[in-house]
Design a protein around this ligand. Structure first.
Ligand SMILES: Nc1nc2c(c(=O)[nH]1)N[C@H]1C(S)=C(S)[C@@H](COP(=O)(O)O)O[C@H]1N2
Ligand SMILES: [Mo]
Length: 338
């Protein structure tokens, strides 16, 4: 076999499994459940996602994080129906641990999240490094119930715990040159099989990197997240600290962050590097701007009912946060800057 033939094709975010193996398993599982594929009002890829999760249902339970001290400010509470904890911590994207939705919960236990060092540097007057304990102790923690929308067109509602990024940025004092904020995931190929193997890791470049404009980073909705469902984040959700930007597609929410760097220039971002025509820098949730390969007009909400409780619902502009964030994008052509 030539080296060229061995090379994995560049995977995009929707190509989450080895399709041929998967279609077979899906048919078998559906048959076992007595469900015909057409009886489910789900696209093949949606079924693939859910059943890959189902397939992993005998996985070891996620190590339960330690309980956190936090408040529940009324501002961030609401009456949205929550996605249950086992789905939030069992149905994940974290390609460093594999492409199936069940892979992160099964494999991310190998990530050593304590000790940890988060460095904040670049165009700042006062660079800072935080150790593992500082991540949960330096800033008061609050629970915030946010919508979460993956670019693959599934969605959840999640009770995250963390603090607003602007509080951290205020402490490092960005210089007048700072225009963007760049984030980087840990690079630890010995602990992350997907960083070592291009088949497992989907052909992405690692470490995973993300970025925001400084004004987006300073927005009160933008959060550094250290917990979920009352406890420290499990590794599959990005322990010990990850980004949550609820009006943007989920891939902006970079996990297991080791550096935050303020920059003059727009930073590179992982999915944009992988497929620039499909994933932009902004990645604002927008029902009117389709992905080149699928519609973004609706989404599949993963709800509390049974395993297959997936409700199709309209996608909301800026994921329902238009009132708060639309001013950031006044005058910007959202089709061009997707
Ligand atoms: N380092 C890293 N961060 C990542 C990803 C990843 O593969 N690697 N996946 C992203 C995608 S596509 C989504 S939808 C969210 C999923 O977060 P969750 O598993 O906590 O729901 O994490 C994002 N952050
Ligand atoms: Mo995603």
């Amino acid at each position: 076999m030539t080296e060229g033939a061995m090379k994995p094709k560049k995977l995009t975010e929707a190509d989450v499994t080895a399709e041929s193996v998967f279609l077979l398993q899906r048919r078998q599982v559906l048959k076992m459940l007595g469900i015909s594929a057409t009886a489910l009002s789900l696209s093949p890829s949606a079924q693939a996602d859910l059943l890959s999760w189902f397939k992993g249902h005998d996985r070891p339970p996620a190590p339960s994080g330690k309980p956190l001290d936090f408040t529940r400010p009324a501002e961030w509470q609401n009456s949205l129906t929550l996605t249950p904890e086992d789905k939030v911590t069992g149905y994940n994207n974290y390609y460093e641990f594999g492409l199936d939705k069940a892979d992160p919960a099964a494999n991310a236990g190998s990530l050593k999240t304590d000790p940890w060092t988060l460095t904040i540097n670049g165009e700042v007057a006062k660079p800072l490094t935080l150790d593992h304990d500082a991540l949960t102790k330096r800033f008061p923690l609050e629970e915030r119930i946010y919508r979460m929308r993956c670019v693959e067109a599934w969605s959840m509602v999640v009770p995250w715990i963390g603090f607003p990024l602007h509080k951290l940025l205020a402490q490092v004092e960005p210089t007048s040159n700072a225009k963007y904020v760049a984030f980087k995931t840990i690079y630890a190929p010995e602990q992350m099989p997907g960083q070592k193997d291009r088949f497992i890791g989907g052909g992405l470049e690692y470490p995973y990197v993300e970025g925001l404009r400084l004004d987006e980073a300073m927005h009160p909705l933008t959060m550094l997240t250290v917990g979920v469902y009352g406890k420290a984040l499990p590794p599959q959700n990005g322990a010990p600290i990850r980004l949550t930007v609820p009006w943007k597609y989920g891939f902006k929410g970079i996990k297991s962050i080791v550096s935050i760097t303020l920059t003059r220039e727009l930073p590179p971002t992982t999915w944009n590097l992988a497929a620039p025509n499909e994933y932009g820098f902004y990645a604002n949730v927008n029902p009117h701007v389709d992905h080149p390969r699928w519609s973004q007009a609706t989404e599949r909400f993963i709800g509390p009912g049974g395993l297959l409780d997936v409700k199709r619902q309209p996608t909301l502009l800026y994921n329902g946060y238009a009132e708060q964030v639309a001013p950031l994008y006044r005058g910007l052509n959202l089709r061009e800057y997707f």
